[in-house]
Structures are given as C-alpha cells and as structure tokens.
Design a protein around this ligand. Structure first.
Ligand code: MLT
Length: 393
C-alpha cells in the first residue's frame, strides 16, 4: 500500500483548526478572559423563521407513510432548483434546471470538482487565497501558480497574458480580502480563460452581500462565461446554514473541453459519489426564496452589514488601511505598527481578548494583514471595536 505523499506538502492542520486550538489554549490558561471571536466567518443569527417552519413541516411529512421520502435526486429536488433558477433570473441570469446541482456546501464542491480535471493541469490562485483551493490541489499533486493580490491592485489581480494556467480560482466578494470585482475585471478573466482554454472556478459564496447594483453577483453575468466557468454558491452566509449545510454548484450545459462535457461529467460524479442533501434541509433552503424568507434574510444581511460598517468606521477612525466592509462581511486590514499577522493575532488576543484571522494563513501576501468578520453579535462587535480602538489609538 502506498499513501498519498502529497499530504506531506500541506500544513499540518487547517488554518481555522489552528486558530481554534490557539484560542482554546489561551482560554484554558485564562478561563475568565471575555474573549470575542471574530476569526472564522461563522454566522451567529439563527436560521430564518421561514426555513425553520419549512423544516418542521418536512419532518412531519417524513413521519407519515403517505408522505415519506427516501433517496432523493442526487442533484437536488426540483422545488429547490426551481427556486434557485428564479433567483438567478431575478438578477438577469438565465440558467437551465440541469445546470444546477444542490450540494452540502460550497467548500465540499470546490474540493470535489477537482475529480473532473487531470492532475497535469496548472492551477492559478490569487495570493492571499481561501486555503481550500490550495490545499485540495496540493493533495492532488497539482502545480500551483500565484498571482499577486496586494495594496496597489486593491487585492483584485487581473490576468497576466504571459502566465499560462488551466484552472483559475476567483472568489468575489473575496474571502479573505472582502474586495469585489467589477464587470470589467471579471470580463478580463473570462476573456483570458477563453483565449487559454482554461476553466474558471468562481466562488460566489458571498454574493448575497453585494448591495451595489453595478457589481456582478455571478460570473454568468459576463458574456462568454458559460463557455469557461463553474460557479459555487452557498446558503451558509445567506441564510445561516453553516451548520445545516446546503449549497449549489452551477455547471453550464455548454461547458466542454477536449470533447468532454463537464456538466455530464459532474452529474456522473455526483450520482456515483453523492446521495444528495437531506430533504428536510432542502425544504429549509427553498424557504429562503419565499416572500417571507427573502424578507427575513434581508434583515439578517442588514444586521451583518451594519456590523461591517461599525468595523470599517473604526478602521477609518484609527487611520488603518483596509479593504472590504462594503458588499462583503470581511474587513481586511493592514496590521498596525509594521506588525506581522501572527504577532498581531497574539497582541490582539492577549491585550484586547479579540480573535481575528492572521493574513499569513491565506498566503505570503497576507503576512502583514489581518481579517475580521462581521458575522458576530452586534454588542460583541461594538465591544470588540471599543477594545481595539483603546489598544491602538
Ligand atoms: C472563513 O472563515 O473563511 C469561512 O468560514 C470558511 C468557510 O466558509 O469554509
């Protein structure tokens, strides 16, 4: 038996597990410390009432023989796919039902999609980057190229025609930087992908935070994208499904490479390796798109947006450079006084009892940056801001 030695090339633990361990060690040593967690982008508001009601009703359905359901379609029930299709249409993007694949979340699909691609492909990711893109490809032994995202390009790198890549990862609104591509930026990437026969894996997990009508929510708003892109989306940040688990992936019917149809390949992959998302959960997700659901989700998003504004205002007051905070739940700030990000992590934890995410965990270009999330409780966000201001002013 031979193991996959590529695992020796990834960090020993996943970024957010490392942070959780550090915080656990700190709280064990200081059990009374009033620690405020603004590290992992996990939501704090409960599920929308519309989803809760729909899930209760679904449990009741499963409790009666006449309405019981066993295995569902691996790619999701029509009631949910129809709702997703209508959501895209409401933003001007037409999708076929067969292009939508319901899943247990964007993170799983971003990793699983790699089953479709040969190991001998070159991957292009921005630096800093959501670690899942890098770790999953490193596990598979693929070559990874990095593009510079930095202060001077507002953490929104554009394609370099001299760089040849096959699989390109884009995330907008971006995790970790909160930066959002405009249409021209995404068009440049679509044009690059079409010219290079490359595929774009577009992570749209944070699209619901886009409030500016001029900014794209989906790569499919860009002409030509259906010939070169796959989009990953999630109910986690939209409707608080981080623990409930539901997302969807859009694989265009016309996406073909080397005579192989990626939509058909993904269908084949999912029907073989996946038995679909729980009926109860899909009912809860579909309720997000009902009139009541839409209203409740908007209230939740407004709550988190206000947290983001409070954080951004504090950075403005302190004169700290940052991206995000608008159209995004993340604030990506430059560590003060030339500190490196893990140093700032310890400084903030020890002196303000506030947990954030060190930029170095997202790549070399993050080593002087730090991420705070707006997904926290309002009072705790305000308290964290007061402590940060006291410490840094
Ligand atoms: C994050 O904090 O970056 C996210 O919660 C990670 C994720 O969605 O998997």
């Amino acid at each position: 038996m031979k193991v996959n030695h590529n695992f020796a090339n990834i960090a020993q633990s996943y970024l957010f597990s490392t942070i959780a361990q550090k915080v656990a060690d700190y709280t064990a040593a200081h059990p009374d410390a009033p620690v405020i967690r603004m590290g992992i982008g996990d939501v704090t508001l409960p599920l929308p009432q519309a989803s809760i009601d729909a899930m209760h009703a679904a449990v009741d359905e499963l409790s009666h023989q006449e309405s019981f359901r066993g295995y569902g379609p691996e790619q999701g029930y029509d009631f949910l796919k129809d709702a997703i299709q209508a959501y895209y249409a409401s933003h001007g993007t037409q999708l076929e039902s067969d292009e939508i694949f319901v899943s247990d979340g964007a993170k799983s699909d971003v990793g699983n999609i790699l089953d479709l691609f040969d190991q001998d492909n070159t991957v292009l990711v921005p630096d800093p980057v959501y670690p899942v893109y890098v770790d999953t490809n490193t596990m598979a032994g693929r070559k990874i190229l990095y593009m510079d995202a930095n202060e001077s390009n507002g953490f929104l790198p554009l394609p370099d025609p001299a760089v040849k890549a096959d699989i390109i990862y884009l995330c907008s609104p971006n995790n970790p930087t909160g930066a959002v591509y405009d249409r021209a930026g995404l068009k440049a990437w679509v044009d690059y992908a079409l010219a290079n026969q490359a595929v774009i894996l577009f992570d749209a997990a944070y699209e619901c935070f886009v409030a500016d009508e001029n900014l794209p929510r989906s790569i499919f708003e860009i002409e030509g994208a259906k010939k070169c892109a796959i989009e990953f989306c999630s109910f986690s940040k939209t409707a608080g499904f981080t623990g409930t688990r539901c997302g969807y992936t859009v694989v265009p019917l016309e996406l073909e490479f080397e005579g192989m149809n990626l939509n058909k390949m993904w269908l084949r992959r999912q029907t073989t390796k996946f038995n679909g998302v729980a009926y109860i959960v899909q009912r809860g997700a579909a309720a997000v798109f009902t009139e009541e659901g839409v209203k409740q989700v908007q209230e939740h998003l407004d709550y988190y947006r206000e947290n983001a504004r409070i954080l951004a205002d504090a950075m403005d007051e302190l004169g700290i450079w940052y991206t995000g905070g608008k159209n995004s739940p993340y604030i990506w700030l430059k560590c003060p006084n030339g500190m490196e990000s893990w140093e700032f992590f310890d400084y903030l934890l020890e002196n303000a009892n506030v947990v954030g995410t060190p930029g170095a965990g997202f790549g070399e270009n993050g080593k002087n940056f730090f991420r705070l999330t707006a997904f926290g409780d309002r009072d705790k966000t305000k308290e964290a801001v007061e402590r940060i201001k006291k410490l840094l002013s």
